[in-house]
Design a protein around this ligand. Structure first.
Ligand SMILES: Nc1ncnc2c1ncn2[C@@H]1O[C@H](COP(=O)(O)OP(=O)(O)OP(=O)(O)O)[C@@H](O)[C@H]1O
Ligand SMILES: [Mg+2]
Length: 310
């Protein structure tokens, strides 16, 4: 099932805060680009992490190419509204005037979820082969670095909420189109987890909520930052039996080795639990990277892992 993830037009990457959503979204974008696709990674809610991770390349609210075939954008709701109005009203000056009159501030303050709807509208627009943005080239795949699980589901649900509230008119029509696309076959959802108790719990909860709330299945889970298993149980037992012997340096090294062994084992048991409880959802793993920082080179390593599993 996950083999089709790179064939989707729109992929939401979600997961518990800090588990590696941005890293995995970027790696997935690189994997798509390496397959010859034109890919774009979208940050929402102005996190700007993808851009900063590249050391000041300065990806902002414009579509910017980070590597061959890999683009990035930070989605800004106000700009999205401006673009939408320009397209609808057909006049740049008029839409600017509307915005200068604080319509955006007014609408977003008065309408809960408006920022999320505008964000989803822009993400949808990026995923269309016929772009609303004049002269904009289409993308083969749009990868959304979505907010953490709870909010991630919230933002995906927003178009439906607006569709149901606005009984008639252009907002209802537009919201309905976006909702259909998000729940349709061209959209995929990837949940990132760490092999630890809380992120695994959150992944299981998210999968259930996604099905119950949106009627869609999770396409895959990426278990990120998995420690290597360096020692067998027998080797670990032998290390433990050396207890207290040797120089201070040797003892410290042995303790560190045992600590890592214990952690790797705990991770493996959480990974097994996740696999057991997600039934037929593909669960793929990404290694812990022992590097001082994670940037384009490291995304490349993770992209290679993703390409092997997808
Ligand atoms: N496989 C990995 N190995 C080592 N470090 C990693 C790995 N994946 C991510 N990291 C590091 O973990 C931290 C969190 O990763 P990232 O920013 O991608 O997570 P996030 O889920 O997007 O976080 P946030 O909730 O803050 O947006 C970063 O410092 C990142 O460099
Ligand atoms: Mg992030």
């Amino acid at each position: 099932m996950s083999s089709s993830l790179l064939d989707k037009r729109l992929v939401f990457v979600t997961g518990k805060g800090g588990v590696g959503r941005t890293t995995v979204a970027a790696a997935l974008g690189l994997a798509a680009a390496r397959r010859g696709k034109r890919a774009i990674v979208c940050e929402v809610a102005q996190q700007e992490r993808v851009s900063r991770a590249l050391g000041g390349v300065g990806v902002g609210f414009e579509e910017t190419e980070l590597a061959p075939g890999l683009w990035a954008i930070s989605v800004d709701p106000q700009r999205a509204m401006e673009e939408y109005l320009r397209d609808r009203i057909g006049s740049r000056r008029l839409s600017e005037l509307v915005l200068e009159n604080r319509l955006f501030q007014y609408l977003t303050a008065a309408t809960p979820g408006m920022r999320e709807l505008l964000t989803m509208g822009k993400v949808w627009e990026l995923a269309q082969l016929e772009r609303r943005t004049p002269e904009a080239a289409p993308y083969d795949i749009v990868i959304v670095d979505a907010p953490a699980t709870g909010h991630g589901l919230g933002i995906m649900r927003t178009p439906r909420t607006f569709r149901d509230v606005a009984r008639v008119g252009p907002i209802r029509r537009q919201a309905d189109i976006i909702h259909s696309f998000v729940t349709g076959p061209k959209t995929g959802v990837l949940c990132v987890a760490r092999p630890e108790e809380m992120p695994v719990n959150e992944t299981l909860q998210f999968r259930r909520a996604l099905e119950a709330d949106m009627g869609i299945a999770l396409d895959a889970v990426a278990v990120n930052a998995l420690y290597p298993e360096r020692f067998s149980a027998a080797e670990a037992a032998r290390i433990e039996s050396l207890d207290g012997r040797g120089s201070v340096a040797a003892r410290t090294a042995l303790e560190a080795a045992l600590g890592e062994h214990a952690r790797a084992r705990t991770q493996r048991s959480q990974l097994r639990r996740l696999r057991r409880e997600t039934d037929d959802v593909p669960v793929l793993t990404l290694p812990f990277l022992f590097t001082p920082s994670v940037g384009l080179t490291e995304w490349g390593r993770l992209a290679a892992e993703l390409e092997r599993s997808l």
